[in-house]
Design a protein around this ligand. Sequence first.
Ligand SMILES: Nc1ncnc2c1ncn2[C@@H]1O[C@H](COP(=O)(O)OP(=O)(O)OP(=O)(O)O)[C@@H](O)[C@H]1O
Length: 140
Amino acid sequence: MKLDLYYQDCENICVTFATIPNFSEFYIELEGNNEGVECLRLLNEIIADFDNVSGYILPCISIGPAVAGVIGARKPQYDIWGNTVNVASRMDSTGKPDHIQVTKDVYSILAEHGYVLECRGMVSIKGKGEMLTYFLLGKP
Ligand SMILES: Nc1ncnc2c1ncn2[C@@H]1O[C@H](COP(=O)(O)OP(=O)(O)OP(=O)(O)O)[C@@H](O)[C@H]1O
């Protein structure tokens, strides 16, 4: 048995979750049309143009340690794990349309660099309790 594992401990990474609002409706509309190929085209466009996507994407950010690696023998997949990833996912699931929700740690770093943020207040996060979160409003 081959025991080589690819993994990397990351001390401090920034994790962004990005949801496309109403994606499932969009996808169903396209199913009869080119079997979803147009949908893949759109996703590639969004990823290639990530800096200019506000409006139809909802990014949410957390920072901290995580482990990254490849898992799966038959269908290997690269993924990341850890509390930082779960919190980024929660920033996404508790987010607000047209807003970028970030944790307090992200707020501290961005505020130091002149970004404009607004305190949202305490948000109830599954598995974490109440967390103070912020909305990112603008660049320096
Ligand atoms: N690598 C990842 N990629 C995508 N989503 C992830 C990843 N790691 C964690 N998540 C998501 O982060 C969320 C929080 O993770 P947690 O381990 O607390 O899950 P859970 O308690 O089972 O919650 P849930 O009910 O949301 O599934 C989950 O919704 C999970 O799907």
